[in-house]
Design a binder for this molecule. Structure first.
Ligand SMILES: Cc1ncc(COP(=O)(O)O)c(C=O)c1O
Length: 903
């Protein structure tokens, strides 16, 4: 059995923690009813829970009151029955669609039947989506039940949604409720509430301080509104005021409020506004129209025979495809851009509206939907933002789409290196110091004007998240109009968690935007300038946290994300987000990029799924991301604290994933004893790099498996799929679709694998044990050094700075098209060694990208060094893009190129 460590204050385990607490209450109640436990234990557990239960609508005051009463009157059987009913209700969520669940007297329902009755079988027809509304008010708590009943009376059969009110009475409680209850999607603030909670909630309070929510003189509803928006920007906020509402409405501080009501006015108006606010997020313009389109009897005379499905369903031979996918897939297909549909290439109707809604949801000014994955979004952004000869500082370890984007645009990549994690054959992220050095070097060369773009991956495949705000601010201090492209292929969902959002492009851009508006920022800048003096040295600039000049900054931020990787979009669904004050100057280029890259036959279902993914994230994204984080923390703990599994496997903590120097707050890991919300938030705010907890590097070399082999074993024998591997690890990702059952399955599988290892070692005796040790050593310690980018050959640096490493990758790339200037040299052989020793230098003709690790070991025009060759020779992976084993390394003949370039 795993060691059971119970830490109530453990970071973030709030949602599943609630389910666990109720299960414990049920167990205690059962024990008491069966005369095997004490009433006091049950009472204590219930008391411990009561404060945070106030942040949830269900079970609510009535059911909780009944439970307390049954305990007080020694009705052990009744208490156990009700506790079980509540616990099951929470697990199955049946209360959302079954009014009887809220009824104190409806004893025969839920508990017993809930686990056999799926939630979709509501009592009356299809279930209306359910949500909860938080009412923050200054009325005495005794009045809350009556107020809640008044609100419930406003419900009408024609309402599209159904909601339950939750009443609380302080600033702190409002924040706590918004944090712990993901079902809250709207908040009504009635002025006059105090700051402090009436409960002692030390854990929750400890998170408010690092989030910057200290008690101040300003306890106003407007301040609470701003704070709530910072934590959950998707919430609709309503203000009830008995002050001069006309004046309030004109105050810019009220920007966060969706609607202001004069407190004594018609409550029905508020009810309708709440429903309308949810409808505005629920609406999916493209998907809604596609559904309408599919319902219509349309004759098609265009080139998509599969549309309407007749060629499929009338066929004896391919009907199974129709049966498998269902009729709607075909009814909703069309190659037309009219009749309720729209054109992805030139959207003017519902795609345009869907994109605008996505922009709102993701905090961008504009969004482009992309149907060929982020591979395409990146190429579009790079092409639109860079012209031939422009320089881009780019992480060499980034996805190949960026490199190919540079080739296409003719831009000159200035490769910067991420910190290596040699032990695990992978890279981290690019240190800020390296980025600043690059900018300063270009400045020293007088080439800063040629630098257009900083292009980084955030988070990296393995979970390193940049301090995005700091990176942008310090770069803007050196070049105030630098454009940023953040490849957030993996972390689009991060927008919906306050624990990740500040580390995203759009989250950080919003913070910088606010900072730019603050008059104190100019003062801070001027003060720093004074301290730095007229001509600070590079060393001083590198050692200083630079403040940009707010008057000069042009905030130009782009983000790409594989919506399909972290949200409910169909594969290849991707978005390109724009937050650029100078977007009008490049807008035409973006349209060209769309025309270049977007298929003229985009898939309708894909576009619809982008629309729907946005809807989901706006309405339940917060809870889903919290769940993904919780699952990840549970997996981390289940593996690292399991006595058998941890003998052979371990999930790397933040301390192993990034050197201490990048964890300035002192954060070690999520599992470290004493790690709380507060320490995590501090790390998220301050550290240079932060580990996305949902990305878990599981070391398997210590169990004698290389990454590829282990991935294969999990897939073939245990039906567990994963994606990325390294020489000695695999990457586990938790996502918005994972459940606790998935954790249980994974743990069972790892236990089984460990038993098999132990048996093999025991049966095989000393010989087997020696072989095992040797295998582990080979995987864990005989790891090849990761080769840095060497340099572009001089032939491709005609236009480059003398000390800066950028190069003309496009000429090198197209050089490979001419067999007359190419040669092949076998990787293993005397000729390769001789060339390394005596020259002429070997110059790569193309990208060579081994999987894993998936970054280019060689790019076109790059000079090959001993390190590159050593790494290639040690690689034991099957898939190496750009390298044909039979022919050898494809090289350019520099002399021939020189001659060609001169011609
Ligand atoms: C960092 C990064 N960017 C972009 C992509 C490409 O995204 P897509 O698969 O959506 O084309 C990937 C794919 O793995 C990636 O890891």
């Amino acid at each position: 059995m795993p060691r059971e460590t119970k830490r109530n204050d453990q970071f973030l385990l709030i949602h599943s923690g609630r389910a666990d607490n109720w299960r414990e209450i049920t167990t205690l109640a059962d024990a008491w009813a069966n005369k095997q436990g004490e009433r006091a234990a049950l009472e204590d557990a219930l008391t411990a829970l009561s404060a945070s239960e106030e942040y949830h609508a269900y079970p609510g005051a009535r059911l909780l009151g009944t439970l307390t009463e049954r305990i007080a009157t020694n009705d052990a059987g009744g208490a156990a029955k009700l506790a079980r009913r509540i616990s099951n209700g929470l697990l199955t969520r049946v209360y959302r669609g079954r009014p009887a669940e809220w009824d104190v007297h409806d004893e025969m329902s839920s508990g017993e039947v809930a686990d056999i009755m799926p939630t979709s079988t509501g009592e009356t027809g299809p279930r209306r989506p359910y949500f909860e509304v938080l009412f923050v008010n200054s009325q005495p708590a005794a009045r809350w039940p009556a107020l809640a009943s008044e609100i419930r009376r406003l419900r009408r059969p024609e309402d599209a949604f159904i909601y339950e009110p939750i009443f609380i009475g302080s600033f702190e409680d409002a924040l706590c409720a918004a944090i712990v209850n993901p079902d809250i999607v709207s908040v009504v603030l009635a002025e006059g509430f105090p700051y402090r909670s009436r409960h002692e909630v030390p854990v929750l309070r400890s998170v408010l301080d690092p989030l910057g929510e200290l008690e101040t003189a300003d306890k106003s509803a407007l301040r609470l509104a701003r704070t709530l928006k910072r934590i959950r920007p998707e919430l609709d906020l309503y203000l009830l005021s008995d002050r001069e509402v006309e004046k309030l409405a004109g105050d810019s501080a009220a920007d966060a409020i969706r609607r202001i009501f004069y407190a004594v006015e018609e409550p029905l108006e508020l009810h309708l506004a709440i429903l309308e606010g949810v409808q505005a997020r629920y609406e999916t313009p493209f998907f809604d129209n596609l559904k309408n389109y599919a319902r219509r009897p349309i004759g098609t005379f265009h080139a998509l025979p599969i549309a309407r499905g007749k060629s499929v369903f009338h066929s004896d031979w391919i009907r199974d495809m129709g049966d498998f996918y269902g009729i709607n897939l075909f009814l909703a297909e069309s190659s037309a851009t009219t009749g309720g549909l729209d054109s992805l290439l030139e959207p003017t109707g519902n795609i345009k509206r869907s994109q605008e809604m996505a922009a709102r949801a993701f905090g961008a000014d504009h969004v482009f939907f992309v149907t060929n994955g982020t591979s395409t979004s990146n190429k579009m952004a790079v092409q639109a933002l860079l012209a031939p000869g422009d320089i881009a500082v780019v992480d060499r370890n980034c996805h190949k789409s960026h490199h190919y984007g540079m080739v296409m645009s003719g831009a000159q990549p200035y490769y910067v290196e991420a910190f290596p994690m040699t032990e695990y054959s992978m890279y981290g992220a690019v240190p800020l110091d390296t980025i600043k050095r690059a900018l300063l070097a270009l400045r020293a060369e007088g080439r800063l004007d040629r630098l257009k773009l900083l292009d980084l991956t955030n988070c990296t495949f393995d979970g390193h998240m940049y301090n995005v705000r700091r990176v942008m601010e310090e770069c803007l201090a050196i070049k105030p109009n630098l454009v940023f492209l953040w490849d957030e292929a993996w972390s689009g969902f991060a927008r919906f968690s306050p624990f990740l959002r500040p580390r995203t492009a759009m989250g950080a851009a919003a913070e910088i935007e606010e900072w730019l508006r603050d008059p104190a920022s100019v003062t801070a800048y001027e003060k720093q300038q004074e301290a730095l003096g007229k001509k600070p040295t590079d060393d001083v600039l590198l050692a200083t946290r630079l403040i940009p000049d707010p008057r000069k900054v042009r905030l130009r931020v782009y983000q790409t994300n594989s919506t399909h990787k972290s949200m409910s979009a169909i594969r290849q669904g991707s978005m390109l987000l724009v937050k650029d004050v100078d977007f009008p100057t490049v807008e035409a280029q973006f349209h060209e990029a769309v025309f270049t890259h977007a298929s003229t036959s985009p898939n309708q279902q894909l576009i619809a799924s982008l629309d729907v993914a946005r809807r989901q994230m706006e309405l339940e994204g917060y809870g889903l991301v919290m769940n993904a984080i919780e699952i990840a923390l549970k997996i981390r703990r289940a593996i690292n604290e399991h006595p058998l599994i941890s003998k052979y496997f371990r999930v790397l903590g933040a301390d192993a994933m990034m050197p201490q120097a990048y964890r300035q707050s002192g954060f070690t890991d999520y599992l470290t004893p004493g790690s709380t919300w507060a320490t995590v938030v501090k790390a998220m705010r301050e550290d240079e790099f932060y580990l996305d907890p949902t990305r878990m590097t599981l070391v398997c070399g210590t169990a004698g498996f290389d990454g590829t082999q282990f991935k294969g074993l999990l897939a073939s024998t245990y039906d567990i799929q994963l994606n990325k591997t390294s020489r000695n690890s695999v990457l586990l990702q938790s996502n918005i679709n994972n459940t606790r059952s998935d954790i249980a399955h994974l743990v069972r599988v790892l236990v089984e694998i460990c038993h098999a290892i132990e048996k093999r070692l025991a049966d095989g005796g000393e010989a087997e044990q020696t072989a095992f040790k040797a295998r582990v050593k080979s995987l864990m310690t005989d790891v090849p050094d990761l080769p840095n980018f060497s340099r572009f050959h001089d032939v491709f640096r005609g236009d480059a700075g003398t000390t800066t490493p950028e190069g003309d990758i496009r000429t090198a790339f197209f050089g490979a098209y001419d067999p007359a200037i190419c040669e092949y040299v076998p990787l293993f052989g005397a000729e390769c060694d001789r060339r390394l020793r005596e020259g002429p230098e070997m110059v790569s003709a193309n990208f060579v990208i081994p999987y894993p690790p998936g970054f280019p070991i060689m790019v076109p025009g790059q000079v090959l060094t001993q390190e590159t060759i050593d790494f290639m020779r040690k690689l034991d992976v099957k898939e190496i893009h750009g390298y044909e084993k039979a022919k050898g390394l494809k090289l350019l003949l520099p002399d021939a190129i020189t001659a060609k370039v001169r011609r």
